[in-house]
Design a protein around this ligand. Sequence first.
Ligand code: AMP
Length: 189
Amino acid sequence: MINIVIFGAPGSGKGTQSDKIVDKYGFKHISTGDVLREEIKKGTPLGATAKQYIDQGQLIPDSLMVDILASVYDSLCPCEGVIFDGFPRTIAQAESLEALLQERGSQVSAMIDLDVPDALLVERLVNRGKTSGRADDNEATIMKRLDVYYKQTAPLIEWYKNEGKYRHVHGVGEIDQIFTDICAVIDKL
Ligand code: AMP
C-alpha cells in the first residue's frame, strides 16, 4: 500500500495535483481542509469549533485533528493508496501519522514537497479567493496562514528528510508539467 503526503504551503497546488493523482492512480484522497469545511457546511459541533480556527488562519489543535484523520482513514482503507493533503501540518501530527500507519502495518512512502515562492502563493490565493467562496482566502488571513506554515509546518521538511522520505518538486509552471514530475516520484515507489 502506498501512502503519499502531498506537502506545501497554502496555494502550492496540493488540491489540484491530488485530483490528478486520484484520476491516474485511483488512490484515496484525504484532504483535512475539505473534511473540516464539510463539517462547517453541515453545521456540526466539530464544524463550529473548526471554523473558529480556520477563519483566523490558525491550525486546529493536534489532538482533535489526529482523531479526525484516523476516523477518515479507517473509513477508506485498507486500499491501494492514499494521498494525505494538508496533513500532517505539525511534527506532532507527523509522529501520530507514523504511529497510526504502523499500527495498520503500513508507513508513509514519500512526502512530496510542492515548492512555490511566497509572492506566487499570495497571488494564487488572492485569485482563488475571488471564486472559492473560502472565508480564509482573503489577504489578511492568507498572510497569517503563510506565517503559520513557516513556523509550524515547514519544519516537517527536515523531519521527512531525516526519515529519508522527502521528495522535492518544483511547483511553478504548467500544471501538467508539475504533475509529470510528481508521477516520476510516484512511479519509483
Ligand atoms: P487547507 O484546505 O488544507 O488549506 O486547510 C484550511 C484550514 O483548515 C487550515 O488553515 C487550518 O485552519 C485547517 N486545517 C486543515 N488541515 C489541518 C491540519 N492537518 N491541522 C490543523 N489544521 C488544519
